[in-house]
Design a protein. Structure first.
Length: 368
């Protein structure tokens, strides 16, 4: 995974996907009431909502503050047959291959003025259309790879045999309409197919796009309930947002947006919900570096060791790692300053095998 989280946003035409993308990234992709108005994938970079970085900025008064960011890639509306080139087909499926996760926008609102590509609202059917296309695209990828190594495997090459067995296991699932992530590949098996960037191996998050008046109580919407039941069965999550509300928030200054959300009975914007759910789904955390020059958030996978985390900043720091000076964010804030935390013995020296914790404020000592 790259330094920044990257999420591909997919959905059928006219489900509110580009409206949502525009709102959360303020990137201004054209959103129109007809299929395929998104021709090239739009990329938007947004700050990860994390109040801690502002608190650290107020404490250190650095020359610059760099929050963690998430990249959203908006991919044109998929349709049945996309894997065979229907609509804008394979061109768009290829754009999703580079992302860490997929967010699938599913229409859960009724609106007679906005046509639905299938003529009615049925979130589970819509999800099935897209997931089928992703399975078909992966089948093609896996089949080609299996065909390429089959002869080598049959000649007794152990590595090729191992890889072929894994590929055939995935192929069987895909042919049954099951995504590769449901095959239950082991830690030893996953590296064999890593380079294939399989779409159905990526974690998926469903975004239920609801009407404005349903945003504060989305569970009352039967379409959302149906989508949640489907997601639970496959071990996925649903985040309910109103793309229309997000579009309105995007136009407001931060203080007015907060008041607007309160008036609607919403504790936070959809973007915050979406990123939090994505972090949880991918097991991501943030650690911080803080000083007079810079306060910065860094995104790592939960369970990352200190030396590997140092490599996020620079490969030289990882290579020449000596130790990490760490104070937890909560301890630092409770003490009021780094110096006070040191005096209380709360700044620890950790070695290369220390497992980083969310909110660790860290200074890496290294020698190259």
């Amino acid at each position: 995974m790259s330094t920044n989280l990257e999420i591909g946003i997919v959905g059928l035409p006219n489900v509110g996907k580009s409206t949502l993308f525009n709102a959360i990234t303020k990137a201004g992709a054209e959103a129109a009431n007809y299929p395929f108005c998104t021709i090239e994938p739009n990329v938007g970079v947004v700050e990860v909502p994390d109040a801690r970085i502002q608190v650290l900025t107020d404490m250190y008064h650095p020359k610059r503050t760099i929050p963690a960011v998430t990249r959203f890639v908006d991919i044109a509306g998929l349709v049945a047959g996309a894997s065979k080139g229907e609509g804008l087909g394979n061109k768009f499926l290829s754009h999703i291959r580079e992302t860490d996760a997929i967010a699938e926008v599913v229409r859960c609102f009724e609106d007679g003025n906005i046509t639905h590509v299938s003529g009615s609202i049925d979130p589970v059917r819509d999800v099935d259309v897209i997931n089928t296309e992703l399975c078909l695209a992966d089948m093609d990828t896996v089949q080609k790879r299996a065909d390429r190594i089959r002869k080598v495997a049959q000649c007794g090459n152990k590595e090729a045999k191992t890889e072929l067995d894994i590929l055939l296991k995935i192929l069987k699932a895909l042919e049954d309409g099951e995504p590769a992530r449901k095959v239950g590949l082991t830690k030893d098996e996953l590296p064999w197919v890593h380079d294939l960037n399989l779409l159905t191996l990526k974690p998926i998050l469903y975004i239920a796009n609801v009407a404005e008046d349903e945003a504060s109580e989305p569970d009352a919407n039967p379409h959302v309930q149906a989508l949640k039941e489907f997601a639970v069965a496959e071990g996925s999550q649903v985040v309910a947002v109103s793309a229309k509300i997000e579009a309105e928030i995007a136009e407001l200054p931060a203080d007015e947006a907060t008041v607007f959300l309160q008036e609607l009975g919403l504790p936070e914007a959809g973007l915050a919900k979406l990123i939090k759910a994505s972090y949880a789904m991918l097991g991501l955390i943030n650690f911080f570096t803080a000083g007079a020059d810079e306060v910065r958030a860094w995104t790592i996978v939960n369970g990352t060791k200190a030396q590997k985390a140092a490599g996020k900043i620079h490969t030289d720091i990882e290579r020449g790692f000596i130790r990490a000076e760490i104070v937890s964010y909560d301890d630092l804030i409770a003490c009021g300053s780094e110096q006070a935390a040191k005096e209380k013995g709360l700044v620890r020296l950790e070695g290369k095998d220390y497992i980083m914790q969310d909110g660790d404020v860290t200074y890496f000592r290294f020698n190259v």
